[in-house]
Design a protein around this ligand. Structure first.
Ligand SMILES: Cc1cc2nc3c(=O)[nH]c(=O)nc-3n(C[C@H](O)[C@H](O)[C@H](O)COP(=O)(O)OP(=O)(O)OC[C@H]3O[C@@H](n4cnc5c(N)ncnc54)[C@H](O)[C@@H]3O)c2cc1C
Length: 328
């Protein structure tokens, strides 16, 4: 998303950008997402929910959000929700295909199946979506994002002297049905196992590893599962949930469910959607210490450290800011 937003904004400002996309289709993880673009209602909420994040970057995303969202709507995508149902947040939900199409129209020249060149003339905006795929591979976790975000932007920036911000070991993710369940990209939203306080969380050794209910976004739980043996766990709920859509979804995907003593045990695995650590940038999306290089979206580290905030909002706002800075 961030790359398309940067190009669309650059074009609007009179430039002639080129989007280089490694995948064979545009839209990255945005196309697979629930597509709720949001911010916290107040900046204080943002700070409380993501206490380890860089306050200047959080300010930039928060302050730039409303104008950026209006701009996104002006590109003509289908809006599915005019407001979020979560009282902590405000924003809109888009239809992902229509949002992708609108951004592609606005972005101009797009080259598919081409990777970020090793040598590129500045100014350049890197927006490769972080390194979720590499992280999942190295830690034997499931991937829950586009298949191309392997850390190319981070490597590119670091080779040129960029610093890292945030925690490279922190990710945003979900509990998903564990293998042998089969999960396709189209199922990433539907098969998410979100049980809030309704489940007990037990690891493969039979130990309850996660005390209280998870945070509202449940990414803390996904990360705790990732640290358990095998990166898997069992969600134990009452058998009364036998026909619950979450149980049916897991069953339908071929996942494992054990029923005994009036309880269902659902076998889940941690899945990585995007990494939270990444390239250090300033409020203008400039990569610290590297002239002519900018970064946006999940390539940027340190926005949501210690919690979760909208990855789409960060991509939207910093993508636009990166284009404006690059043209300056
Ligand atoms: C199932 C699911 C649900 C989600 N729901 C939400 C939600 O409701 N709200 C929210 O805020 N966030 C949500 N997200 C997260 C959101 O999609 C991401 O935070 C967001 O897409 C990040 O934007 P980005 O531009 O950094 O990355 P992406 O949108 O993934 O774009 C990165 C692009 O870079 C390309 N790329 C990678 N390497 C290279 C290279 N070397 N050269 C060229 N191109 C490259 C990739 O192919 C991809 O197209 C969800 C994600 C998923 C998967």
């Amino acid at each position: 998303m961030a790359g398309l937003c940067a190009a669309a904004r650059a074009r609007e400002l009179g430039a002639d950008p080129v989007v280089i996309e490694k995948g064979d289709r545009p839209g990255g993880s945005m196309l697979l997402s629930s597509c709720v673009v949001w911010r916290y209602e107040t900046f204080e909420d943002f700070r409380r929910e993501c206490p380890g994040g860089d306050e200047r970057l959080q300010r930039a995303v928060f302050d730039g959000f409303d104008e950026a969202l209006e701009w996104l709507v002006s590109l003509g995508p289908e809006v599915v929700w005019e407001e979020t149902p979560n009282p902590l947040t405000t924003g809109k939900r888009f239809e992902p295909r229509s949002l992708t199409d609108a951004l592609v129209r606005a972005a101009g020249e797009l080259r598919l199946s081409e990777a970020l060149p090793r040598e590129a003339e500045p100014p350049l905006v890197v927006a490769t979506g972080g390194f979720a795929v590499r992280y999942a591979r190295e830690h034997r976790l499931l991937v829950r994002c586009n298949p191309w975000s392997e850390g190319d932007g981070l490597d590119f920036a670091r080779q040129r002297g960029a610093e890292v911000a945030g925690d490279l070991d922190e990710f945003y993710g979900r509990a998903m049905p564990a293998p042998p369940a089969t999960i396709t990209e189209a199922d990433y939203v539907r098969l998410s196992q979100l049980w809030d306080g309704e489940a007990r969380f037990v690891n493969e050794d039979g130990d309850e590893f996660f005390p209280g209910p998870p945070a509202w976004h449940e990414s803390d739980l996904a990360q705790a599962i990732a640290r358990q043996p095998g990166g898997t766990a069992w969600f134990v709920v009452s058998s009364d949930y036998r026909d619950d859509p979450r149980v049916e979804a897991l069953r339908g995907a071929g996942g494992t469910i054990v029923e005994e003593f009036g309880e269902l045990s659902l076998h889940v695995a941690a899945a990585v959607t995007h990494t939270q650590g990444g390239i250090r940038v300033d409020e203008q999306a400039g990569v610290t210490g590297v002239d002519g290089l900018f970064a946006a979206g999940a390539d940027v580290g340190g926005i949501s450290t210690g919690g979760y905030s909208s990855g789409l909002a960060a991509a939207l706002v910093l993508g636009r800011v990166a284009a404006e800075s690059a043209l300056r």
